[in-house]
Design a protein around this ligand. Sequence first.
Ligand SMILES: *[C@@H]1O[C@H](CO)[C@@H](O)[C@H](O)[C@H]1NC(C)=O
Ligand SMILES: *[C@@H]1O[C@H](CO)[C@@H](O)[C@H](O)[C@H]1NC(C)=O
Length: 222
Amino acid sequence: MVTHYNCKGGGRSLERPFAVPPVMRLSLWLLLLTGYGAADVDWSQIPTPPVFYHVHNEPILYYTLDSKTITEAHLENLKERTLRCAARGNPPPRYEWRKDDKPFLLDMYQGRVAKVPGEGSFVFSKLTESDQGVYQCFAINDNGTALSEKVKLEHTWINRFEPLPPETVEVELGGSYSRNCTPPDSNPKPRVYWILKGNEEGVFDSINASHISSNEQVRLIV
Ligand SMILES: *[C@@H]1O[C@H](CO)[C@@H](O)[C@H](O)[C@H]1NC(C)=O
Ligand SMILES: *[C@@H]1O[C@H](CO)[C@@H](O)[C@H](O)[C@H]1NC(C)=O
């Protein structure tokens, strides 16, 4: 009888030779759990180097110096740019800026530099010509230093068209006419479009007619 029982049992255990009995499985879990508990990590004690999380700055930030055509409120806005820099790390990083590879001390620009609390970011306002340059942020803690992308601050300018007397061009009815326009030097490259001078002084109309096209290569085709 005993032999017969062994034979059956042996057959079964051959099918699943490595099956772990439930009680043992439970104790394995307990072991794993207690093992994990013992190795509980205090992450606040582990130093990590600074890693940036700010939305990357555009490679070139343009600002304007020209005050002729724009209202004052709008103008202030155009003379102000935000340079973003923010990093995580343990301990929390401090920030330094460089302009053209020389230290740029934010505290030296009080009244024009507004720092974003808890970050290295700042809003630079009332920009002048001498603020042009390449800016870079460093995030520093005991565990390392991170260098941000470089940001170029550049002021925009555009020369004036050469003053030319009005010109009359005669075109046959139903004929076509096209002419080019060479824009004055500027930074960055200008967008060019044609407008219609209205009858009243200082009134301009946008060209909105299917038989007039004005393309990106600054050519007007009528
Ligand atoms: C930064 O901390 C890690 C531990 O998290 C350490 O291994 C590494 O050497 C540290 N690096 C520096 C530059 O301090
Ligand atoms: C151009 O003209 C069409 C039809 O005359 C009009 O629907 C459209 O709003 C106009 N667009 C502009 C920019 O004036």
